[in-house]
Design a protein around this ligand. Sequence first.
Ligand code: ZN
Ligand code: FE
Length: 265
Amino acid sequence: MNLPPLPDRLKLLALPAFDDNYLWLLHDGQRALVVDPGDAAPVQAMLQTLNLTLDAILVTHHHADHVGGVAQLRNAWGAQVYGPATERIPAPFIPLHQGDAPEVLGLSWQVIDVPGHTAGHIAFFNPNVNGKPLLFCGDTLFSGGCGRLFEGTPAQMLDSLDKLAALPSDTVVCCTHEYTLSNLRFALAIEPGNADLQTYYGQCVESRASGQPTLPTSVATEQRINPFLRTRQAAVQEAARTFDPAADSDVAVFAALRQWKNQFK
Ligand code: ZN
Ligand code: FE
């Protein structure tokens, strides 16, 4: 007997903020968590519209576009704030380290250290949200790209991305910026012959044209299309060496791609 699928217990929303940020909101119809609220206003508006209370604020790193609304939301709701132990997050907050697993919305969120974009950047992972793994990765992994290296080394960032790429392939990946189309134009310059990438680019162009986010993405999709997760592919290594002929290791290939992307038009 085929039963209809159960309705999702939890709803995931991407709230647009600033030019290209998404503030991720997860709720059960009554209580909510928000990730990286750089601005309180869109969060307050959605909480009011859906008649939700804010239980918790998860923070991945210290940049203003991720923490700018934290104090206002905490003051309005008494929400518990969680953030990386080694970064300056608006206090008070519960400091988190690799391997911690705070309970929020009845789920335990595994903390993963992902230094590179910032030195103390963390990600939050749960293996089963509505039957699927879910990842909040901040500015570490983007669809088709990765965060800039403001405080970390290429080796650290590659190691961090390897950790995220090792999560289950069906993991729902919530990135905090809509950078996908510009990332994919760079990815196509690196791997013009990648058929999955061509198809995905077409889908993302359509999503944006109809005003939809290209996110969330998945680990499986990123493994097929994201050059920063594909530094061991021969085609990606060859392309990297047209930028830096001395790129002869995984880390050097990654560093070359990251530097190339910084100046890619
Ligand atoms: Zn950032
Ligand atoms: Fe950001």
